[in-house]
Design a protein around this ligand. Structure first.
Ligand SMILES: *Cc1c(COP(=O)(O)O)cnc(C)c1O
Length: 331
């Protein structure tokens, strides 16, 4: 199977913004875009994106999961990057339009169609290091994905990083290109030096998130995860899982979690930890690495609550459970 995100549908939805406003969206070749080498995005990283999925149900229908929430977050990211404002209606029309065009190509569960809206500043103006791009381009790529969990979910090894941070503190809640480039060196170093899968960024001892997923600690009937602030990405999978957990009668504690408390709780048998995200869904964390030592989370294997929560989320996405919260949009 091809690596996640490397296969694209041949067409994408595209609109551009200039002083006449947004163009009528078109479905164009996804092979290339036309961009001036001096485009704002290439120099000053005026770029943001989203990641959401469409699922095929047993009745043949295609359903997009939490589209409104992803649209709202893309609009918020665009604002925080001073990109031209786009309306939720236009985004919705583009997303539904391109997914409908490729409805027959949406894989069966556990596969899905990954949807990648992208917004970039296109003005050719290298003098605008301290000013926003006056023009932009917004396109929606589609990438079919298979089963991320084929062969079982192997519990991850996370390095707890207390010195560095993933990105600038005020940019954490923006899904912006520069944040991912800035986290690469610590992640690559952790892979090489301690054989970690990911880095769990904990600046000053405050447990935040990894390079592209949120962190949840599960202690008995309680889920503990960082309360929303500007320093990290407000995952829609995180929100969905916390909602399902509350529905199941679990206690959800959104609050600060220190590295010290994390290691203390992880040492107890039965504790579980996991990463949440559209791609990761809910992936178990088996080991935390701190000051050169490995610490198992609970037994170090995937725990039953992680499994139960992931199944509950998948059941809604796949149309096997009632969509009590109105999370699905039929295409
Ligand atoms: C996308 C992303 C997440 C997960 O967000 P979802 O909406 O659940 O997909 C978490 N952290 C970072 C840094 C991300 O980029």
């Amino acid at each position: 199977m091809a690596a996640f995100g490397t296969v694209f549908m041949p067409k994408m939805a595209l609109t551009t913004f200039d002083d006449e406003g947004w163009t009528t969206p078109e479905q164009v070749s996804a092979e290339q875009i036309n961009l001036h080498p001096g485009a704002h995005v290439l120099h000053y990283a005026s770029s943001c994106f989203e990641g959401l999925k469409a699922f095929r149900h047993k009745d043949g229908s295609v359903n997009i999961f939490r589209m409104e929430a992803n649209i709202a977050r893309l609009i918020q990211s665009g604002r925080l990057l001073s990109l031209p404002e786009i309306s939720p209606e236009l985004l919705e029309e583009m997303i539904i339009g391109i997914v409908a065009h490729y409805a027959d190509e949406v894989p069966e569960p556990p596969g899905s169609m990954y949807i990648r809206p992208t917004h970039i500043g296109t003005e050719p103006a290298i003098g605008k290091a301290a000013s926003p791009s006056s023009t932009s381009m917004l396109y929606i790529l589609l990438s079919p994905v298979g089963d991320y969990f084929s062969g079982g979910a192997k519990p991850l090894r996370l390095l707890l990083e207390e010195e560095g941070s993933r990105c600038a503190a005020h940019m954490g809640m923006v899904k912006s290109g520069g944040n991912y480039a800035s986290a690469l060196q610590p992640i690559m170093q952790a892979r090489k030096e301690v054989n970690a899968d990911q880095v769990l960024f904990c600046p000053g001892g405050d447990v935040q998130e990894t390079g592209a997923a949120n962190f949840l600690l599960i202690d008995g009937n309680e889920i503990i995860t960082k309360a929303l602030d500007t320093s990290f990405l407000h995952g829609i999978t995180r929100d969905s899982l916390l909602t399902l957990a509350r529905d199941m009668g679990m206690t959800v504690s959104e609050r600060e979690l220190s590295v010290e408390e994390l290691l203390e709780r992880a040492a107890k048998p039965g504790t579980e930890a996991a990463l949440s995200g559209t791609a990761a869904v809910l992936t178990p964390v088996g080991t935390l690495i701190h000051n050169g030592k490995d610490y198992h989370v609970g037994s170090g294997a995937q725990g039953p609550t992680t499994d139960k929560l992931r199944r509950a989320l998948n059941a809604v996405q796949w149309g096997e459970a009632t969509d009590n919260h109105g999370w699905l949009t039929k295409v």
